[in-house]
Design a protein around this ligand. Sequence first.
Ligand code: 13P
Ligand code: SF4
Length: 308
Amino acid sequence: MNLTEQIEALKREKNAIILAHYYQTEAIQDIADYVGDSLGLSQKAAQTDADVIVFAGVHFMAETAKILNPHKKVLLPDLNAGCSLADSCPPDLFKNFVAAHPDHKVVTYINCSAEIKALSDIVCTSSNALDIINSIPKSQPIIFAPDKNLGRYIMKQTGRELVLWDGSCVVHEAFSFEKLVALYQKHPTAKIIAHPESETHILNLAHYIGSTAGMINYVKQYPDEMYIVATEAGILHKMQEQVPNTTLIPAPAVEDNTCACSECGYMKVNTLQKLYDCLLHETPHITVAPSLRKKALLPIERMLTLST
Ligand code: 13P
Ligand code: SF4
């Protein structure tokens, strides 16, 4: 049996489900039961009746799945699959930040640790952030953390003032404005689509801004176009499957002179071999202390209730 067949066999034996983010390697996306964005993955994790969840994504995603499923085993192929956004928001500093704004509601992007979620009123993802903010009365002041770029985008779209935490994603901040303009000048009929974790000057050039799933749905709607895609390059795999005759060009990164794309080093530490090993040995698995889980669950459940 090859590695893929061995994973399939183990999955059946253990009643496991493989959930993968669009930024995972092609081999992992191809073997997954479900590939999606952060919201879709949390919704799947909340609904599954599998006994074991293999989360091919990064730590905060697997941790969210564990918070939703305290009695299931949640495996992450490599515990080093972190996230620069989650790391940019240490709980002790964030606790002080929240304490300094006592009358504020706390809305946090799902890309954060369980400790940060536990300090939040409601969680959001890039696909429901505008709806979540709009669900809060206009007179209510809000802290938004940890992504300042997504926060600025929400402020622009909703016309509301948010108190922003100063965090960001290393991958989405790596796009080069100059190189993107030059690429667009070379392909003036192309549409630029961008993830809202990108910086404002990149978003200002975009014809469409949305989550990874939102970007795929957008190109499906207009499959004849040529697109410049400003998000992690892993998305191109499923996107190209959906629009096989459309030209997709990854947006160029500042430092990258070898390949014209941006890859998340955290997402890419997971490999098919590590996925097989973790399913076989049922480790590494995610643990969340019961008292922390209880506090972190409420803001996640509030988000899921508001999202269809
Ligand atoms: P979405 O999956 O919500 O599009 O977010 C992208 C991302 O950076 C996940 O870490
Ligand atoms: Fe975190 Fe950015 Fe990687 Fe997403 S792409 S996991 S936000 S570092």
